[in-house]
Design a protein around this ligand. Structure first.
Ligand code: GLN
Length: 538
């Protein structure tokens, strides 16, 4: 039977519960156990695909085409393995299943209720996810904060799992914030105490409390949390701020976190192999040079909107030996004030044109691309950024006046980016994009090919539009070349010939989703190398 570790959150959201969950999973995995991680999101959306990244953060796309919560990205990056749709459970998914069953007549004669029907379905989905991944241990993070109305059925379900499987098979971790007062420097535990009390009120006594704080927990802070939280002092863990998220597992390891958990679960402890993580963190800390990268998009006010791209840049950074300094530019601001753009581009050494949807801010990105292309600044266009590279080139080089994507201008005279054929039949927006991993064959003798170092690659996708095949002849002129095609016949990569530009590459895919700290995505390495004016072909 699998064992389950549940992670709840207190005080406020965004305290790093996802990183904590991923870190603990990593520590257990490093001891040779097969581990998987599951994220529960208590919102009614069936998946994250229909949510605005500006409010909820990035939509992380799995290889099997799941549009999931960004924490799945943390889990994949820390565990170094692909997860799937089933690793993200939402209220919407749970209710959809139960209501479908009710309509089929599966509960005939019964009154369908939150307890036991919804809670049973939650438990079934958790067990199924862990079983599918063939894991000995499933670590399940409950999104949101204890006390949220939406979270209650999930907390009830995990309470039942402890009741059914016993304390030797389940373990509860509560993660909460300990704020430090600016005026006195005091570590305040009251909000954390209250959130633990709230958890106990519904029948869950945490086995371990992990306190997030700016500084290491003082002895007296630990004692206080232990006393009020009803947990032994050695089960109060300090998770204070560190330089990079990849250091969190090392910080938790020093406090014996996973040994303590395994001990309680009656599992053998062992020497963890964390050498690749340590190597990454050491390299990161030793970076003395910097490289300034412009991040041009329209959800730039919430950095979590592009978290996998930021992580991919940080992964690549340790390979090229320079710490990235990210300069964010809101593309709608470019549309309003062109002068701003010139100053911005002068300051940066390379740029990423970020993914996105819809008309707002698109012209700003096109203006930026024009300046980056003409100015010879290394540029990587991702998904919408790639599509707008094509639009800019069509208009300003290929002579296709008024060229556009039909997503922005449905009546453009030159629809160089157009809706994919099969998308025309879609009558609903949830889960209907071209999603997930596709194999791509690269074109030999291109920069993209040399960066990947092989002919066949696989990258993930999330889009409805594509380079219009009817325009291939007219846009691939004067040095713009297609550098890769997917199996279903789409242009996946483009680049400008080396004589024209040191690094001007676009991709319809999202290479950021496959980047790992110990295996960075080749295009980001290329971008950083070019930005540092290093030779790209190695
Ligand atoms: N909006 C574009 C499309 O649907 C690009 C999507 C993206 O950047 N992820 O094709």
């Amino acid at each position: 039977m699998a064992k389950y570790i549940f992670v709840t959150g207190g005080v406020l959201s965004s305290v790093g519960k996802g990183i904590t969950t991923a870190s603990i999973a990593k520590l257990i995995q490093a001891r040779g156990y097969s581990v998987t991680a599951v994220k529960i999101d208590p919102y009614i959306n069936v998946d994250a695909g229909t949510m605005n990244p500006y409010m909820h953060g990035e939509v992380f796309v799995t290889d099997d085409g799941g549009e999931t919560d960004l924490d799945i990205g943390h889990y994949e990056r820390f565990l170094g393995k692909d997860l799937g749709k089933h690793n993200n459970i939402t209220t919407g998914k749970v209710y959809l299943n139960v209501i479908e069953r009710e309509r089929r007549g599966d509960y005939l004669g019964k009154c369908v209720q939150i307890i036991p029907h919804i809670t049973d379905e939650i438990k079934r989905l958790i067990r199924e996810a862990v079983r599918k991944d063939g894991a000995d241990i499933g670590i399940v993070e409950i999104g949101g904060t204890v006390g949220d109305i939406e979270g209650l059925p999930f907390l009830e379900a995990i309470r039942q799992m402890r009741f059914e499987y016993g304390s030797e098979n389940t373990f509860f971790i509560h993660v909460g914030l300990v704020p430090i007062l600016d005026t006195t420097g005091e570590q305040k535990t009251k909000p954390l105490q209250h959130s633990i009390q709230e958890l106990r009120r519904i029948g869950i006594q945490p086995d371990m409390v992990i306190a997030r704080s700016r500084k290491k927990l003082l002895k007296e802070t630990v004692a206080k949390i232990a006393l009020y939280g009803n947990v032994p002092e050695e089960m109060v863990i300090s998770s204070h701020d560190v330089e990079t998220v990849y250091e969190v597992p090392l910080l938790l390891e020093k406090q014996g976190v996973s040994s303590k958990i395994l001990g309680r679960l009656g599992l053998e402890d062992g020497e963890p192999d964390l050498s690749d993580l340590e190597a990454y963190v050491n390299r990161w800390k030793r970076l003395s040079k910097t490289v300034s990268i412009g991040m041009i998009g329209k959800y730039t006010k919430l950095r979590d909107s592009y978290i996998s791209i930021v992580e991919a840049i940080k992964h690549a950074a340790t390979q090229v030996g320079a710490k990235p300094e990210l300069h964010w530019l809101e593309s709608t601001d470019i549309e309003r004030d062109r002068a701003d753009l010139e100053g911005f581009i002068e300051e940066i050494e390379g740029a990423v044109i970020l993914p996105g949807f819809g008309r707002r801010g698109a012209e700003g990105k096109i203006m930026a691309l024009n300046a980056l292309r003409e100015g010879g600044k290394p540029t990587l266009g991702i998904c919408f950024g790639f599509q707008l590279m094509v639009v800019e080139y069509a208009r300003n080089v290929a002579g296709l006046k008024g060229a556009n994507s039909t997503e922005i201008d449905p009546s453009t005279p030159h629809p160089v980016i157009d809706l994919m054929e099969e998308q025309r039949k879609m009558d609903r927006l949830g889960g209907t994009m071209r999603l997930g991993g596709y194999d791509i064959d690269l074109v030999e003798n291109t920069l993209v090919y040399s960066l990947y170092g092989r002919k066949r690659v696989r990258e993930r996708h999330r889009h409805r539009y594509e380079v219009n095949p009817r325009y291939w002849d007219r846009i691939f002129v004067d040095g713009l070349i297609p550098a890769g095609y997917s199996f279903d016949g789409r242009v996946e990569f483009i680049e400008l010939e080396e004589e024209q530009h040191p690094f001007y590459i676009g991709t319809q895919a999202h290479p950021e989703f496959r980047s790992r700290y110990n295996n960075p995505a080749p295009l980001f390495i290329g971008l950083l190398r070019a930005s540092l004016k290093k030779a790209i072909k190695v």
